[in-house]
Design a protein around this ligand. Structure first.
Ligand code: TUI
Length: 312
């Protein structure tokens, strides 16, 4: 598969690994890049030194391009931009906000800048600021989400801009990849499917919870904070949903419940952790090596395309 994304980044397959906080480790990102996709380190709330070490570790594991996702609600995001620039990563993606003045710094450093957007207004602003491509992420995705579904968002963003668009949210197999290409995307970003991989370093219970999740296995919590988050349903998620429904909770109470919960999930606290995952978790039935996951997605999309060609 050849798209403007594979050509621009000189990668084999138009598949990004979502830059997931905690989960997007050097090992996972390097495995995805080695398999021909784009591995992305999730800076999340990392301290700058930790991010620097993680980038160096990933680079020791692969010579292929590596990306870093900067979470714009982190207190360290400004320093983390500087670290990504100093360490000369190939791609920086951003999430949960507007990266403003850092865009020019990335461009001056020759780094490809690819923000995640969940609306057409931000998409157009990012293109004007000089984004090289966009990741259009629908609300099926795990973690922090917008309000529009992938199926509605992607074609509208594709029409609103001239730069290439990568579709994210609800994609875990070849059917999803081909559908995204049909909507005008030139690549996909996949998170949840890579959580259930051998190279993902989260506790086994996190991976098992993804594999066991059904169609309605996720819930959205935190709407009252203005930063809604999609997570697997567990004790904490159910408690949060209930508190929100009853309207008894303040934003501060709510945020206190969530502090550190992502870390707890990573280390396998099944009741108190915040297990971020997308709605496509229901489709994920096994834990596989990254290379096999990518191979299967590409093969399935290619075969399906041929089958459809005969049919229509
Ligand atoms: O960023 C994500 N997903 C994430 S970040 C994350 S880390 C976290 N840690 C603890 C608590 C909560 C989160 C987990 N998942 N996706 C990209 C994304 N960006 N989705 C939606 C947006 C977004 C939303 C609003 C981007 C910009 C925006 O508004 C900016 C503006 O100025 O319009």
């Amino acid at each position: 598969m050849k798209t403007r994304i594979t050509e621009m980044l000189k990668i084999e397959h138009p598949i990004f690994q979502g830059g997931m906080a905690w989960l997007g480790t050097a090992k996972l990102a390097a495995a995805v890049s080695e398999a021909g996709g784009l591995g992305i380190i999730g800076a999340g709330n990392m301290e700058p030194d930790m991010l620097r070490n993680t980038i160096r570790e990933a680079k020791s594991l692969t010579d292929k391009p590596i990306g870093v996702n900067i979470y714009l609600l982190s207190e360290h995001y400004e320093e983390n931009f500087i670290v990504a620039i100093e360490e000369k990563v190939k791609v920086v993606t951003t999430g949960a906000g507007n990266p403003g003045k850092y865009v020019q710094m990335l461009k001056d450093a020759g780094i490809f800048f690819i923000p995640v957007v969940a609306s057409d207004s931000l998409a157009v602003r990012m293109e004007k600021l000089g984004a090289d491509a966009l990741i259009a992420e629908g609300m099926e995705a795990g973690g922090h989400i917008g309000e529009v579904t992938t199926f509605a968002l992607v074609p509208q963003i594709v029409d609103a801009v001239n730069i290439p668009v990568v579709a994210a949210g609800g994609i875990a197999d070849g059917r999803g990849l081909l559908a995204a290409l049909s909507l005008g995307a030139e690549g996909v970003q996949i998170g949840t499917r890579f959580v259930a991989s051998e190279e993902c370093e989260a506790a086994d219970i996190y991976k098992e919870m993804v594999v066991k999740a059904g169609l309605r296995g996720t819930a959205v919590t935190g709407r009252i904070t203005g930063h809604p988050v999609r997570v697997l349903k567990n004790k904490l998620a159910k408690q949060m949903v209930k508190m929100e429904k009853e309207g008894k909770v303040t934003v501060e109470d709510f945020e206190r419940l969530g502090v550190g919960a992502l870390r707890k999930a990573f280390f396998g606290d099944k009741d108190e952790g915040s297990f971020m995952a997308g709605q496509i978790a229901g489709l994920v039935k096994d834990i596989k090596p990254v290379r096999e996951i990518i191979r299967n997605i590409v093969d399935e999309a290619t075969n399906l395309y041929k089958k459809l060609e005969d049919k229509i």
